[in-house]
Design a protein around this ligand. Sequence first.
Ligand SMILES: [Zn+2]
Ligand SMILES: [Zn+2]
Length: 370
Amino acid sequence: MPHRDDQSATMRSAMYYGAHDIRIESVDKPQLEAGKCLVKVAWCGICGTDLHEYEAGPILCPGKQPHPLTGSSLPVCLGHEFSGVIEEVGLGVEKWQKGDRVLIESVISCGECYACKIGCGNACSKLGFVGISGLGGGLSEYFLSPQEYLHRVPDNVSLREAAMSEPLAVAVHAVRRSGFKKGQTALVLGAGPIGCFLTKVLVAQGASMIICSEPSSTRRAKAQLAGAQHLLSPLETDVVARVKELTGADGGVDVAFEAAGNERALETGIKALKTRGTLLNVAVWSKDPKIPANELVFGEKAILGSSCYRDDHPTVVEALGSGLIQLNDFVTAEITLDDLVEKGFKELIHNNEQHVKILVSPSNKAWTPF
Ligand SMILES: [Zn+2]
Ligand SMILES: [Zn+2]
C-alpha cells in the first residue's frame, strides 16, 4: 500500500450503498468552502439508526429520490455522532481556528417550513442528518462542516467522550420535553444507549427515584451504572405493580420514558404513571403500537414525543465540561474504520447486550487524539 498522508487528495470513508452493503472506500477529500471548516474526525459512534439502515435500509438514507435538502442519493457517507479537530478554516469563518476541538450537531433543516419557523427545526418537514442524508459524515477521515454545526469541546473533555454528545443531546432534549422537574420520580423503559443516557440526565437533574425496566440483565447492569436505583425485568416482575409499590401514596411515577420501541413497554409506561403523569416517547417505531387510551382519559395522563434535539448542545457541553455527566464508562469498544462492519455493525447486531457505544477511529489510530 502506498504511503498516504494528510496532504493526500483522497480520504477513506464508510459509504452506504444499501442494506448489508457498506464499503470502506477512498473518496475525494472535500475542498474547503467559504463559511465552512474542514474537520479531521477523531471518534465517531455507531448508532441504532445506522444499524437499522444496515439491516433494513434505506430508511432515513435517501432511497430512489435524492434527499430534498442535500440533493444526495446513494451511496452516502455514514456517521452522525462524532468529534474532531479543525484543520482548515474557510473564508468568512471568524469563530473557529485551526486546532480547535469540536463536536458536530448533525440535524439538517430547511429553515422555511412551519416547524423551522417556530424554532423546531428538529421536526422539519424535510429533516435530514449529517451522516445519513448526504453532506458527508463522521465515519470518514474528514468532514467539511458548516460553521454553525460546530460546538467547542471543553479542554478537560476527551474527544472520545465528546463523540457521545449526540445521543446525550437526544436524552437531554427528551427530559426537557417531558417537563420533568427536580425531585420527581421516573421510569425508564429500555436500557440501550438512550435509556442509559436518559438515566444519566435524570440523575444530573435531581430525580428522587429512577426505576428501569429492561429484560436483559447485562443492560440492567449498565442502567445501574448510570444511576438507576431500581432495576426490574419485565419478564420476571409485574412492572406496573412494582412501580406502584415503590411510589407508595403517589400511585405511580411522574414521568416515564419509552426508549425501547416495544408495545408492552409503552403500555407498562402509561399504566405506571401517576394521575396527570407524562409518558415521553423517544423510541422510533417500525409498526404503530396499541395504546391503552382510557388510561389517558381517566388518569388525565399525557403522551409526548421527542425527536433528536434543538438548542440542547449548550446544556450538553456544559454538563460534560463540569463533570456533572460523565460518559466514558459507556464506551464498550474502540475500533478502526477497517473493522467497521465486522467489529462494529455485526458485533452490535449479534452481541447487542454487551455494548453501549462502539467508537470508531476513522484515521485507523495513525492519528490518535485524546
Ligand atoms: Zn444516533
Ligand atoms: Zn423545515
